[in-house]
Each structure stands twice: as C-alpha cells, then as structure tokens.
Design a protein around this ligand. Structure first.
Ligand code: GAP
Length: 491
C-alpha cells in the first residue's frame, strides 16, 4: 500500500497509465505545469463539471450560466486591479537562480516540519501564523528574515542564499493583429487570470435580458491562465487551468449573511459526493485580496497535505464599481422592493457580490486522490492485489462494462444487445479480450462501478452476473433490470 508521501507519485503514474492525464506535448518532453486530459480524464472532468453546473444552475431558480470569451478588453484588467495588484511576493535563490513564491516556500517548509512529526510543538502552525501576519502587512523584510532564521533552503541548490523579496505579476499577455507592439502596455491583451470578470462585465446584459431580480447569481465554467512560478505539483498548480465560478449579486448590507450561507452551501456540495467531512476544513484569510471584505478557502486533504480547493469571497461592490468608473457606464440595479425600515423602495444601487470559485482541475485531483486505493487481496493460497478507483458512480468515466465470458456461442451477441440498450443512457464499455479476472481488474483501475458478465446461463434465463466494484460482490440479475440498477446508482 502506498503511504501518503508516495501516494501522490502513484496517482500521477496511474493517471498516465490509464488515460486520465498526460503531460502536454509529451513527445517534445512536455511543457511545465501544462497537462492534457486523456480519454478517461476528459470523461471524469466533464462529469465533475456537469455535477457542479447542475447543482448551481438547474437546482437554483435564481442562478443562470454564461460562457464568456477568454480575451477581454484590456481595460477590464485595469479596472479589476489585476494589472496593478495581481502580484505575488517572490524570492530568488542566488545559487540555483530558481524563483519561489514566498508563501509556497514557507508552506512547503511547514509541511516538511509536519511530516517530520514536529506537529506537537506547533512549530509549523507558529511559522504559518507568523507568515500570515507578515503577509497581511506586506512586510517583505520581515518575511525574508523569517525564511533566513528558519534556515529554509532552496530545493535545488540546498542553500539559504536568497535575494530580497519582490512583486511579480502573474498575468500572461499577447497582442491582437500585427500592428500592436507587445511592449505597448496600453494595448496588451491578457489571457484571463480568472473567469469572474467575464461575469461582471455581463452583469447588466444578463440581469436585463434574463429579468433577474436580486438576489441572483451568474455561473461560469472556463479556462484561466496564470504564470505560476512554482508550478510543480501536477494538476494542483497549473499555468492553464479551469475554474467553476459563481458571482451572487446581493443587496448592500446583506453580505455577511450570504457569505455564511454560501460557505455552508459549498461545503455541503462537496460532502454530497460522499467524501467524508474530515477531509475538508475552512481556512479564513488573514490577508484579504484587494477586492474582498471577507474570504475563506475550503481546503481538502490532498496526499500533499491540506490545501486550497475552493475560495469563497465577499467581493463587496468593488468590481462593478470599478467597471462603472472605467467604462463610464452605470452598473446599477433598481430594486423596487420596499425597505421595511424606511417604508420606501430600496431604489438604485450597485450590488454587492459573494463569489464561489473552485478549480476544476483541483476538484479532479481531490476526487482522484480520495478514490485511489491499493488493496492487498492475498489469501493463504495466493498473492493478489488491485488498484481501485472508488469514484462516486455518478462521476465514473465508464458506468457499466459489458463482458461476454467467451467470444463464442452467441454470448457476444447478447452483450452487444445490452450495450445497445444502455449506451444512450450512460457510458458503457464492451470488452471481450483477456480472462474475466483481468478484465475486472482493468475496470477497477478505471473506476467502473459495475461490470456484467454474460455467460451460458444468460442464454437460458436472460440473466447476467453483475459485479460491484467496491465490494467485489457478484449477484445474478435479470438483463431487463440492468439499466435501472445503474441509473439508480448514478442518479
Ligand atoms: N475569482 C477568484 C479567484 O480566481 P483564486 O483563489 O485565485 O480566486 C480560485 O482561485 C480557485 O481556482 C482556487 O481555489 C483553485 O482551486 C483554483 N486555482 C487557482 N490557481 C490555480 C492554478 N494555478 N492551477 C489550478 N487551479 C488553480
């Protein structure tokens, strides 16, 4: 059984071997922190997206979805504050010339302390507490002293020979057409670093055309790009990734109540997938982003430790106000509900916003790392083991594998008939190669919740053996009942 420190490596290898995730452009040795999803990975990713989209839009009468472009007018990013503020404090090691994000460097060291078993002394927590308060004050000299006094070393050079800490903007830029020079700061076109701004600039379009009444939300799933400096944690930190974001527009003054509501709602969504509550925890932000008056992360216990999976941010009216100022177009809502304290309509205002923002790739990693299990199945007679991905059935790339016992005697024909009956309702997979045992193992490694074996008895009584992935139990069921058994499990 892989322990936590090598479980991460085992998952990365498994993802590659079974067609979940490949390094991008691998034949050219890959591109750092960019990954491609394979035939199994893209199915799992799509199922996660669908689960989020349905829970946000279909199950909330007052939330609608959009799909905005990745390129946006460059002024968007001046208004949002990303040109001036989307920086991270960085430090370079003078010997290796390697650059680190300061918080990641310190967090990595704190994690090492924890792994070494020094948790009781609270050393790691103290260190992170000191880091948070220095970050909150933008005290870069203090942060450098913290790194030096703790003798935090560069992983490459193994030295503590650090430069001063500097700010570094994380946005990628390019130019449109052939006339604009990329040196011309005013004409830079950015690859969006968050999907949120596509929602803000469409706030009035959606509100008016959808006749939306506050409170209401706009959801979006899409690509985002960040020039991450330390990008070596597989799909946890990528340069091109996907976000699933929702901006919830509310009346000013109600933000505390809605912030708490969305914190709870989002944690419940995670738990609804059957992943135990103790794998999650909240982390309240001490240093708030330039747009927030409250913020927290939902952290998940990845094999690399508890880390941010989703952010819940109370963004005030910052974004809409900024877009109003920069575009010179009013971003107001007229609220004709009556304020009980004044007896008059609330009237015109710029709405406040609560944001929920989850990384799709991080959610993929959370689902994958919780599902991955290496099991020893040895008996007194023989050594045996399996790798199984215990995905929630609704997220599994394949729901039902259909396996004829032999390639003869009319069994493939019955199996093909089952395949044809079921494939419009959920993803099925047909396989007649190898022994049944080997085919089961392969389906376990892909996370397929159900396998059916068509055997000679099937010809007599129209039944098959259904095998359950997690318990490995097998039972005889009527072919006519198969579809409903699977649909009930994935519903
Ligand atoms: N609109 C708010 C926003 O973008 P964020 O905390 O910077 O907030 C939200 O990002 C989520 O996006 C994170 O919780 C994380 O899941 C995901 N994310 C951020 N940077 C990422 C990266 N480089 N690779 C993968 N996921 C990332």
């Amino acid at each position: 059984m892989a322990n936590d420190s090598n479980k991460f490596q085992a998952i990365i290898s498994h993802c590659k071997e079974y067609g979940f995730i490949f390094p991008s452009s691998e034949i050219y040795d890959g591109l750092q922190a960019v990954y491609d999803y394979g035939q199994m990975g893209s199915e799992l990713k799509k199922n996660i997206k669908d689960y989020w989209w349905k829970s946000m839009t279909q199950l909330h009468d007052n939330i609608v979805g959009i799909d905005a472009a990745i390129f946006m007018h460059p002024t968007t990013w001046k208004a949002s504050g990303h040109v001036d503020n989307f920086n991270d404090p960085m430090i370079d090691n003078k010997d290796s010339k390697k650059r680190y994000r300061v918080d990641h460097l310190i967090e990595g060291f704190a994690e090492e302390l924890r792994i070494k078993g020094e948790k009781e002394s609270n050393e790691a927590d103290n260190l992170l507490g000191q880091m948070d308060s220095l970050l909150a004050k933008d005290d870069f000299a203090g942060l450098k002293t913290l790194i030096e006094t703790n003798k935090i070393k560069c992983a490459v050079s193994d030295t503590c020979n650090w430069t001063d800490i500097r700010q570094f903007n994380l946005m990628f830029s390019t130019e449109f057409g052939s006339t604009v020079s990329s040196d011309d700061e005013d004409n830079k076109v950015y690859l969006r670093p968050e999907t949120a701004q596509g929602i803000f600039v469409n706030f009035l379009n959606v509100q008016k055309t959808g006749r939306m009444k506050i409170p209401f939300g706009i959801a979006q799933i899409g690509k985002a790009f960040r020039n991450e400096i330390v990008a070596r944690q597989f799909i946890f930190r990528m340069r091109e990734f996907e976000q699933m974001e929702m901006q919830f527009f509310i009346r000013p003054g109600t933000q505390k109540e809605w912030y708490e509501k969305w914190k709870t709602t989002r944690l419940e969504w995670h738990k609804s997938l059957g992943i135990p509550a103790e794998k999650y925890r909240y982390h309240d932000h001490v240093k708030l982003a330039h747009y927030a008056d409250a913020a927290c992360d939902i952290e998940f216990e990845f094999p690399i430790g508890f880390k941010e999976l989703e952010g819940i941010h109370s963004r005030t009216d910052f974004d809409l106000k900024q877009h109003q100022e920069y575009s010179k177009k009013k971003q107001q809502y007229f609220d004709n509900d009556v304020d009980p304290t004044t007896g008059k309509a609330y009237g015109n205002y710029i709405p406040y916003v609560i944001e929920t923002s989850i990384g799709l790739d991080r959610m993929f990693l959370a689902v994958m790392s919780h599902a991955y299990e290496e099991q020893d199945l040895s008996t007194a007679e023989k050594q045996d083991s399996r790798v199984v991905l215990k995905f929630p059935p609704k997220l599994s790339p394949i729901k039902l594998a259909i396996l004829p016992l032999t390639k003869r005697d009319g069994l493939p024909e019955i199996a093909e008939q089952i395949m044809n009956d079921c494939k419009a309702d959920f993803r099925c997979f047909y396989e007649e190669k190898d022994s049944i045992g080997k085919r089961y193992r392969r389906m376990d490694a892909l996370g397929t919740p159900f396998c059916v074996t068509v055997d000679h008895q099937s010809k007599e009584d129209n039944t098959v053996t259904i095998r359950h992935r997690d318990s490995m139990e097998q039972e005889r069921v009527a072919i006519a009942d198969l579809k409903n058994i699977v649909l009930n499990a994935i519903g």
